[in-house]
Design a protein around this ligand. Structure first.
Ligand SMILES: Cc1cc2nc3c(=O)[nH]c(=O)nc-3n(C[C@H](O)[C@H](O)[C@H](O)COP(=O)(O)OP(=O)(O)OC[C@H]3O[C@@H](n4cnc5c(N)ncnc54)[C@H](O)[C@@H]3O)c2cc1C
Length: 405
């Protein structure tokens, strides 16, 4: 039996970031990840471009990983929000926040590579991959995790198990934690395009009657596209040839960037909202998509998960330094309580935005226009929106302030 302090199931962006945050603190850490890095259908690190909030950039600073990400990161200087066929429009500027950028767009694959390399280089982390969890049980002050790696069964023991195994978390299910879920009936089609005109570091969020459309600045003057369509139309849009796809996208987005000239590989993501009803149990903590899976409308999912790991790592390291048991419910409740308000605020905000801007009822069109105008005209409302999308609302953990644990 292999003995650890913390076992993290799931080595996606959130699980691997947590391992890096806990590394160097005198803990033995295991990551159990099912899919080998670099495999084309690896679920965590794919074709998507991820918008990292300014606070998440600070977390990567704190993890000493930002320098490795910086070359692939495109800063967002301005966010331009508009409603197709309606009057409302609003802009957010980095100068209003006094920051170098409102956020950064980084390919998920690059984040994955940087995290996987970092995990492999740390001696206090065992990266067990490809390995699958077959059973979990609690025994006294420990949790036992049965895995199969290279067709060989193995049992791992630890004081704390962290579920970072994504939206369909098997660990969450094994602990009998309920979820509240609702299907948006929408699918996000993700790709990148090369427009005729330079993007000038502007992120566009365009609300259309079939769903939101985000066009985000990337390196080499490409733009990442997240085009949300009704799920019953997704197969049809995915099957379009490149010219027809670009024409459809152009019709939705308009000509702010001139003609959209080239398009990359496409991927489709059915969208649902999921909230776990509990984020901790004795010996268990949930982080990232295992705890909350959001509509990607405002690019909040990973940012929320990054704040989970910043808080969990801070709570655990403080507990260990005080001689407390990191898997004790009393310790884990500090994490759960701290994260509750942020989870609630971002979930309600994202879900509200997704519903307000995707239902095509005329009355909602008026509400949308009014909402957008209010956002533009009322500095406090806009400021809260900006702070939230940048991950700067609420009590901020040390790592997100660039401080060591
Ligand atoms: C279209 C789209 C665009 C998005 N854009 C943004 C954005 O711009 N900004 C943002 O902040 N967020 C964005 N998100 C959300 C973000 O992608 C997720 O929040 C984030 O990837 C969640 O990471 P995770 O590590 O929690 O889960 P996952 O990425 O799902 O990783 C879970 C990992 O666990 C492994 N695993 C699962 N089960 C087991 C098991 N039993 N044993 C071992 N391993 C297991 C999986 O192989 C996987 O590697 C977007 C999401 C979508 C769909």
């Amino acid at each position: 039996m292999m003995q650890y302090d913390v076992i993290i199931v799931g080595g996606g962006m959130v699980g691997a970031s947590l391992a890096c945050a806990l590394s160097g603190q005198g803990l033995r850490i295991a990551i159990v990840e099912a899919v080998r890095p670099g495999v084309r259908d690896e679920p965590g690190y794919d074709e998507r471009a991820i918008t990292l909030a300014y606070g998440t950039k600070r977390i990567f600073d704190g993890l000493q990983l930002w320098d490795q990400l910086a070359d692939a990161a495109t800063p967002i200087h301005r966010i331009h929000v508009s409603d197709r066929g309606h009057f409302g429009m609003t802009r957010m500027e980095r100068s209003e926040e006094g920051l170098p950028a409102l956020g950064y767009v980084v390919p998920a694959r690059v984040i994955g590579q940087v995290l996987t390399d970092a995990v492999a280089a740390r001696e206090d982390i065992d990266y067990l991959c490809p390995a699958r969890v077959t059973a979990v049980s609690r025994s006294g002050d420990e949790v036992h995790v049965d895995i199969i790696q290279d067709e060989k069964p193995e049992t791992l023991r630890a004081r704390l198990l962290v579920a970072a195994d994504g939206a369909n978390s098997a660990i969450r299910e094994q602990f009998g934690i309920d979820t509240v879920e609702s299907d948006y009936g929408q699918t996000a089609i993700v790709t990148n395009v090369t427009p005729q005109l330079p993007h000038r570091n502007i992120a566009y969020e365009r609300f259309t009657d079939t769903g939101p459309l985000a066009v985000l600045p990337m390196t080499e003057q490409r733009c990442a596209v997240v085009w949300t369509v009704a799920s019953d139309r997704a197969d049809e849009v995915m099957a379009l040839d490149d010219a027809a796809f670009l024409a459809g996208l152009q019709e939705r987005f308009g000509y702010r960037l001139g003609r959209l000239e080239q398009v990359g590989r496409r991927q489709a993501w059915p969208l649902k909202l999921l909230q776990a009803t509990e984020s901790v149990r004795e010996r268990l903590a949930l982080v990232g998509n295992a705890a909350h899976t959001l509509h990607p409308i405002a690019g909040q999912g990973f940012n929320l998960g990054a704040r989970d790991i910043a808080v969990l790592a801070e709570v655990l390291v403080e507990a260990v330094h005080r001689g407390e048991d990191p898997g004790a419910l009393e310790v884990l409740n500090r994490y759960g309580d701290w994260r509750q308000a942020d989870h609630q605020r971002v979930t309600v905000f994202t879900d509200g935005l997704a519903r307000l801007f995707t239902l095509p009822l005329p009355a909602l069109g008026v509400a949308r226009t009014a909402g957008m105008l209010a956002l533009d005209l009322l500095p406090p409302a806009k400021r809260l929106f900006t702070r939230m999308t940048m991950g700067r609302a609420g009590k901020i953990p040390k790592l997100a302030r660039g401080l060591p644990l």
